[in-house]
Design a binder for this molecule. Structure first.
Ligand code: SF4
Ligand code: SF4
Length: 439
């Protein structure tokens, strides 16, 4: 794509990067077919190619964002299916990241939109506040119907829809400390405890730590970890996201320097995509660029790390698992085979749902901010998952677990919970009474 930025515009490294990305796009439109919002809404401006044009026009003309551009960029899930499909290697992720920051810096959103975003940014990244908000949500549940009838309050109704009926107790595993290997030592890793996940489903990190230590890996839960910054990063709140990235880089560098780390283990693929991008996010910060690149190189999804441990194969156990590949896993991190191969080796029968490339509609805070498109994508995803007639659904991202669980009776677990069970742990509570489905 031809661009016409001035030398003065290109002196800004963010603009220069976006220009290089835009130039790669040959507007072939291949990406439209796999874009969930284009597939759902059928509007070119809600396709990757349409958004690329809108971003180009806005940046090239040095214009502040307006309501129209903001609407179409907000509807983007940042699922990155377009980046997987694109034959020209267009780096859509960094282009849309730049556009979101530009919107945040130049566009004044309507009052309720600002308020909702401020609430989300002030609550979700902090486990203590998030836990309290979930308790409040159970009291506010009777208001859900009334909130849904007022358009500006729909995001709050969506929050109530997603909030679990009971909030699990905090896990002792989330506390900073060291978990000793229970077998011959094979490595030393740090684990990101995360922000929303340990509140919504503390069993995921518990299963991870149990499995790793049983396999001979020392697991450190470092003091001072914060949310990875992904939630605010996708809202264009760059300073808040960079502050989170710097804090985590500092924490993990201390561990690297103290005892060495073989990996930084991440159990939510949404966080993994962002942490693997810390090197890029902090590339212009001389105090952090090198350290952030080192941290990004060490970041591993739990399934990536387990794949390196060469686990033994088990006999089939007669349980069919539909594997839902989170967008941040398959498109963001390009991890497609490791989770399925691990499940197969552990004795599960793995089934691939149709349209596996399409997002389930969770996408960070998307299911709160864009609840109608999100609901359509969720229904489509659940139809495809249920059509596999599997006993269990497995995935690697808490956002997808929360989203899909609201619409199906099939138990949905994190992949690592099934692997922990297969390699010596207890049967996950969600599977108690499981009767494997026929066929
Ligand atoms: S597939 Fe790639 S090159 Fe083609 S329109 Fe989409 S982003 Fe541009
Ligand atoms: S990131 Fe996903 S929703 Fe956004 S343009 Fe690409 S395919 Fe469409």
């Amino acid at each position: 794509m031809q661009t016409n930025f001035t030398p003065a515009q290109l002196a800004d490294p963010h603009v220069a990067e976006s220009e290089a990305i835009l130039r790669k796009c040959v507007h072939c439109g291949f990406c439209t077919a796999t874009c969930p919002t284009y597939v759902t809404l059928g509007n070119e401006l809600d396709s990757p190619r349409g958004r690329i044009y809108l971003i180009k026009d806005m940046l090239e003309n040095g214009r502040p964002a307006d309501a129209e551009v903001t609407t179409h960029i907000d509807r983007c899930l940042s699922c990155l299916a377009c980046a997987t499909t694109c034959p020209s290697g267009v780096d859509y992720m960094h282009l849309i990241d730049h556009a979101r920051v530009h919107i945040e810096n130049t566009y004044k959103r309507p009052l309720m939109d600002r308020l909702t975003r401020n609430v989300l940014a002030a609550v979700l990244p902090y486990p203590g506040r998030f836990r309290m908000a979930l308790h409040l949500a159970s009291l506010a549940r009777p208001l859900k119907g009334a909130l849904k009838r007022i358009p500006a309050l729909k995001p709050f109704a969506a929050m109530l829809d997603l909030a679990p009926r009971t909030v699990p107790a905090p896990s002792a595993f989330a506390k900073p400390g060291r978990h000793e290997p229970q077998a011959e030592r094979r490595g030393r890793v740090a684990i990101l405890t995360g922000c929303a996940q340990p509140v919504l489903d503390p069993g995921i990190n518990e299963a991870t730590i149990r499995l790793l230590t049983r396999l001979g890996v020392e697991v450190i839960v470092p003091q001072g970890e914060v949310c990875c910054g992904s939630l605010v990063h996708h809202m264009g709140r760059e300073e808040q996201a960079l502050a989170a990235a710097r804090a985590n880089v500092g924490v993990w560098m201390r561990e690297i320097e103290a005892g060495g780390l073989d990996a930084i283990i991440i159990t939510a693929s949404g966080c993994g995509t962002t942490i693997k991008d810390y090197g890029h996010m902090l590339r212009l910060d001389p105090a952090y660029a090198e350290k952030a690149a080192r941290v990004s190189a060490l970041a591993k999804d739990i399934t990536e790390y387990l794949a390196s441990l060469d686990l033994p194969s088990h006999m089939p156990r007669g349980i069919a698992v539909a594997y839902h590949s989170a967008c941040s896993m398959q498109h963001g991190q390009k991890i497609t085979m490791a989770p399925k191969l691990l499940l197969k080796a552990a004795g599960f029968t793995v089934r691939d749902p149709a349209e596996g490339h399409l997002c389930c509609g969770s996408a960070g805070t998307y299911n709160i901010m864009q609840s109608e498109i999100s609901a359509e994508l969720k229904a489509r995803k659940v139809r495809n998952l249920e059509a596999t007639r599997a006993d269990v659904i497995a995935t690697g991202n808490i956002g997808c677990i929360t989203q899909i669980a609201t619409a199906t009776g099939i138990p949905i677990l994190h992949t690592v919970e099934l692997l922990d069970w297969a390699y010596g742990g207890d049967m996950p509570a969600k599977l108690k009474g499981l009767e494997p489905a026929a066929g």
